[in-house]
Design a protein around this ligand. Sequence first.
Ligand code: NAP
Length: 306
Amino acid sequence: MDLQYDVIIIGSGPAGLTAAIYATRANLTTAIIEGDTPGGKLTKTYEIENYPGFERISGVDLAMQMMEHGQKFGAVMEFSPVTEIDDEGEFKLVHLGDGRVLTTRAVIVATGTNERQLDLPRAKEFTGRGISYCAVCDGAFYRSKEVAVIGGGNSALEESLYLTQLVNKVNIIIRRDVFRADATVVDKVRNNPKINIITKSLPQELVIEDNAIKGLVIKNVETGELSTVDCAGIFPYMGADPATGFLKNLNILDERGYIVVNKDMETAVPGIYGAGDVTVKDLRQVVTATNDGAIAANACARYLNR
Ligand code: NAP
């Protein structure tokens, strides 16, 4: 078999890029495969305040520095989505969307998660022109206007705080009456005069006039009462699901689709590892993703040297 790499890392977020640094420094020939945006979810994050060494850094800046560092010791970048992995024992075949099949001895999967989409009539049609999953990318389109953010996790609240620098008013819509985000962020949100919190409500229908979003009809989950939130933009931050559709044949996923790993980030298939948000874990953070990447690459080097 024509072996191309010792290890292929799938995904170029913090977990994948850290794995690349450790793998290349262990002298493994390494490829990083990215099917979407290099840098992962960091590139859609306004600011990071909890990555040691950086009291405050923009997500894009941290992603760029990690990208540069991740390739510094010789990792090769390949751009194409992975469609399937075949486990042939000592060799793994990585099938790409562009038709190529790469051969490797080990794989580290660090594909992260995909945002949950707003499931309303015509939502797809208005994604990118009224509905956005990236406040950092699209927030400026709504300067001096009113927007709605759906969800009460860290992403929703942190991006709402970012949006207040641009827009007149942010309506945060949550389905319960408690947030899922860290206490410090919740405090900042509660004390921000530009933020209006609407509890116990779910999005029901888009209000569209002149082919543009003008508002969002919401339904109170207790009373069933409908009301309309005026807004020119809608930012759904309703959590995410693991990006593991291409792994279904390997039997390494839990019932929600996350990769099951042990403390060395090994899956049940020898030579295949998971790292970062895509794995079963409690704390999904940049710092825990980098930790996973280092452990996975280290375990992988040991496996390949055996
Ligand atoms: P999350 O923590 O899972 O929060 C999702 C939010 O969306 C929750 O408020 C949830 O409501 C709501 N939601 C889910 N499905 C919904 C639906 N169908 N309709 C309406 N609302 C819905 O997701 P996340 O904020 O994307 O964060 C993902 C992970 O990354 C978390 O572990 C988070 O801590 C981490 N993260 C960390 C940071 C940081 O530390 N700086 C920043 C961003 C993300 P319920 O609460 O009612 O379920």
